[in-house]
Design a protein around this ligand. Sequence first.
Ligand SMILES: Nc1ncnc2c1ncn2[C@@H]1O[C@H](COP(=O)(O)OP(=O)(O)OP(=O)(O)O)[C@@H](O)[C@H]1O
Ligand SMILES: [Mg+2]
Length: 446
Amino acid sequence: MKDNTIIVGLDIGTTKITTVIGEVAEGGTVDIIGEGTVNSEGMKRGSVVNLERATQAIRQSIQTAERVSGVKVESVFVSVAGNHAKAITSHGLAAIRRNQEIGQTDVDRAIENARAVPLDPNLEIIHTLPQEYVVDGQEGIKNPVGMHGVRLEVDVHIVAGTAGPLLNLRRCVQEAGLHVEGFALHALASGLATLEAAEQSQTVIVVDMGGGTTDVAVFKRGNLAHSACIPIGGEHVTADLAQILKIPMEEAENVKRRYGAALPELADQDLTLEITTSSGSTHAITAFELSRIIKPRMSEIFGMIRDEIDQTLGPVELVAQGVILTGGAALLRGTPELARDRFRLPVRVGRPRGIGGLTDIVAAPGFAAGVGLVLYGIGEDGKVPASIYTHRGEEPRGSVPPAPQSVPGPADLPAPTPVAPPAPKPEAKPTQNLAERIRGWFKDWM
Ligand SMILES: Nc1ncnc2c1ncn2[C@@H]1O[C@H](COP(=O)(O)OP(=O)(O)OP(=O)(O)O)[C@@H](O)[C@H]1O
Ligand SMILES: [Mg+2]
């Protein structure tokens, strides 16, 4: 644990670039002392597509945060979108000499053995995250140091990034005059900022709904155990509206945020909007109809997540005990309710917590990854620093009681629907003809 240290997170997103400056005080409490957000430039779906423009936007974001905090930023932890990462879980083994306690060197040896898997030379390891340990067949051990046994085993979750996109990100950050202290998987960072103490003893799915991508992380008893990236985000919802209603993207974005809902039943049922198309003609549309355009895309995102988890880990209702929705697009009205329908699990909106300082600014879901990068930088072990829970007066990690079989719904949301009939089969691929399907419903007035 680093004390009295400045740690800076740089979340280079598709919609916005955010710098979060954190100060770790004695005892491990974290105060956010600077924040700088600018519209993203030169990025597409988590990739740098224009080095110069991305560098310039990074510079502006850093300068804004520097002005707020009075701190000169030199090095940063940078987010990596899941579509540039591959993850595997590998098994490592270390033999222990008879009558000897397990030492840190034995643990390191087991982890090193797990790391010794052939990886595509085009990949760069960004995380090596030990899960739980097994000593002589006894599972579920968090820290085996000091125990006796002859056989130490560990599963290690290895996340590797594709070299090209990482090089481009590093280049932009360096051109902006900064050193990359480390990379962190976007969804891992979002999870670190939003996981509650009780969720440290459960399996939860963190879904960060950004502009260009939706990043997914499965945390098993506080460890990142699986990650995925769905190449669809809030900007696709905006693009659907712009295309169907024939309005500019900025206006579609505005209409979506103010009047849209992921579930038409939750839209304002008395509201009718007047829309002026790019060609100058005007149409009336109710908030209900607007939300009927939005729902299929949002539903498609959740369907793809369901599919991915079904195929890799098993049926989502059996794998996880809850879903945390975060990222800017999680703010769309009705999103938690739609997610609850699709996952048949308790769903809550995750906001950064357990921090002090500029909490009024960074407590929105869109800041989860930026704040999470600061928390990642504290330990660089991919776990929520225990002091984060102590700060909130909660039981820190490790002393959390075992999870109940079913977790209650979040306080700010109605209770989830009980698990009942099997969920409808989700779409496997992004819907190709979504625009045509929706256009069909609105053909009468278009
Ligand atoms: N109040 C709101 N209601 C609905 N949608 C919102 C709201 N606020 C933000 N969004 C949506 O959130 C998305 C941006 O989310 P976020 O800021 O997390 O993206 P990002 O991190 O830049 O993108 P990515 O993670 O995909 O690279 C946009 O599509 C925007 O429309
Ligand atoms: Mg993001």
